[in-house]
Design a protein around this ligand. Structure first.
Ligand SMILES: NC(=O)c1ccc[n+]([C@@H]2O[C@H](COP(=O)([O-])OP(=O)(O)OC[C@H]3O[C@@H](n4cnc5c(N)ncnc54)[C@H](OP(=O)(O)O)[C@@H]3O)[C@@H](O)[C@H]2O)c1
Length: 312
């Protein structure tokens, strides 16, 4: 099979088109013909120096799949050849999705939303599962709550839609180029470049503050958010922090650090939201897998309006 492999750790130029043997499914695996994948920040982080993720070049990275099942192992119960599926491959074992074929344990695979093309569906799994777990599973957002989301990129733009769908007032700190999109989603944008989010949130909530903070940005956003979180509120962070969070103790705030876990039921819930048009893919552009180096360059630079999808 044709793949875009990284030949060593380094800049975007380490990608090389190579021929690899097509993997064979184990008893509980499905073999998927990959129609589309997409680029996430973890891809360029692993490309730069991915030994923390157990990746040893030459290696295939990439952590979103939308495709069609071409073969199944003897023990597979829930899928058949020909099923259209989407999922996020394991980072710590196996291979990534910048390839014509991918194998995955059936437990992490779900049926693709019927109303999405493969290109659209490939923009969802990694960012969407993280967003869902951040807002619902770990954030425990409830109807009537107010949520403050930092970032409206791949994860934040889906988190905002999930939050709005749950009946939550959704305030999103984002780049100027995402303000209109956030408004269209039913959220309330705050421009991180020109506005002080602490002041704006205080004003918007008349001093009451927010129930949940979801941080996809890092830096000092968590410590600054302590100025606008309610006592007994929750904070979910997906990027780590170096900030001083000692005030969280005084406020009885629960702080959660989240790293994506692959479970089919979360993708099934996302599919339900997508098929009801409550969550829509946010796609910057669709390009070919062969253009992966340029896609990495663009995502690393910033200014990308949603996901960059790669057609395989
Ligand atoms: N823990 C996990 O399991 C997990 C899962 C997925 C992602 N992540 C991590 O989460 C981070 C975000 O992922 P992503 O896919 O959403 O990335 P992304 O698509 O690159 O989006 C990041 C967004 O944040 C915006 N931003 C930058 N500084 C900001 C600030 N101070 N306030 C508000 N917005 C700001 C960026 O805008 P500009 O264009 O203006 O810079 C961009 O729109 C990455 O570091 C990623 O590795 C972790």
């Amino acid at each position: 099979m044709r793949v875009q492999a990284i030949t060593e750790f380094g800049g975007p130029d380490v990608f090389e088109e190579q021929e690899w043997e097509t993997p064979k499914p184990g008893p509980n695996d499905v073999l998927v013909k990959v129609h589309a994948t997409s680029v996430n920040p973890v891809d360029y982080k692993i490309r730069q120096s991915g030994s923390w993720a157990g990746v040893n070049p030459p290696a295939i990275i990439g952590y979103d799949v939308s495709g069609v099942i071409e073969a199944i192992g003897d023990g597979v119960e829930d899928f058949q050849v020909g099923d259209e599926v989407f999922y996020t491959p394991e980072i710590f074992e196996g291979q990534g999705s910048y390839a014509e074929y991918h194998i995955a344990d059936e437990s992490i695979v779900a049926r693709k939303p019927e109303n999405l093309s493969h290109e659209e569906a490939a923009s969802i799994p990694l960012a969407g599962v993280t967003a869902y777990d951040g807002i619902i599973t770990r954030g425990v957002a409830e109807t009537g709550n107010t949520v403050l989301i930092h970032g409206a990129g791949g994860v934040g733009s889906l988190a905002a839609q999930i939050s709005v769908a749950a009946g939550v007032r959704t305030i999103v700190v984002c780049s100027d180029y995402m303000e209109e999109t956030v408004l269209e989603m039913g959220g309330e944008p705050i421009n991180y470049m020109t506005e002080n989010f602490v002041e704006v949130v205080e004003e918007k909530t008349e001093g009451a503050g927010v129930d949940l903070v979801f941080d996809t940005v890092g830096g000092n956003t968590m410590s600054r958010s302590l100025e606008v979180i309610k006592s007994h509120g929750r904070m979910v962070n997906i990027v780590g922090t170096v900030a001083d969070l000692s005030r969280a103790n005084i406020l009885n705030v629960t702080v959660e650090f989240l790293f994506i876990e692959r479970q089919r039921y979360v993708l099934d819930r996302l599919r339900a939201l997508i098929e009801r048009d409550q969550v829509k893919p946010v796609i910057d552009s669709v390009t070919k897998l062969e253009e992966v180096a340029e896609a990495h360059r663009r995502l690393e630079q910033g200014g990308v309006k949603g996901k960059i999808v790669l057609k395989v």
